[in-house]
Design a protein around this ligand. Sequence first.
Ligand code: ADP
Ligand code: MG
Length: 248
Amino acid sequence: MQQPLIQARDLTRAFQKEGTVGVAALRGVSLDIERGEFVAIVGASGSGKSTLMNLLGCLDRPTSGSVVLDSAEVSQLDDDALAEIRSRKVGFVFQSFNLLSRTSALENVELPLLYTDRSDLAGPARAALEDVGFPTDRFSHHPGELSGGQQQRVAIARAIVNDPEILFADEPTGNLDTTSSDEIMALFTELNNRGRTVVVVTHEREIAAHAGRIITMQDGQIASDEPRSGQGTAEVISDIPPAPEVDG
Ligand code: ADP
Ligand code: MG
């Protein structure tokens, strides 16, 4: 049997705040993500969604617990090793697009390729922009000349140009109107249908409904983990233990 793409076990993450006891952002999270899944992580603001995504995506290290990504334990790696894994295996999309404003759409998508040994940057960047349905006649436009939905398409193209194992998106529709939000979620569905593993973090239930599996976070723990429509196989790995006192 194939290993899950991600196996997270007993993850905790505490943030120290000056002059106070630490904030327990995650309090014992275990989950598997299989190759080819489309997962939404939902929950109220402050429930630990971004903290969890950052751990699964090698942007951060847990206070305790383990993350195995593509059969390799990553939870104890140093910053350089994490960055190296991210550049090969993980793509990220954020609410605020994070595009370089004085740089064309095409050049924004070429950026991640600068850190690889590829000589042809424009070819793969063009292919990625076409993959996300970005209009060819705007490849040389700067972000300021594009709509929000178009900017997010550029950001998604940039996230997949290195052909990562998994694509993470943190509130990707947070700056978009309803129509653009639906289009961007339809794009994630299409990328998933073409075989890519996708994890979308959102506080909006309607957005999460596009995914095949919905994990609900509450107070730093998984409150529920369910397939959207009966036919999935997702299961909750551990029961939720009683909430420990956080601030003593
Ligand atoms: P969500 O994405 O669900 O809104 P987060 O994962 O961002 O929630 O945050 C969970 C908790 O951890 C919140 O109480 C938040 O204030 C805290 N937190 C997150 N990141 C940091 C940080 N870098 N420093 C201190 N506290 C943080
Ligand atoms: Mg968040």
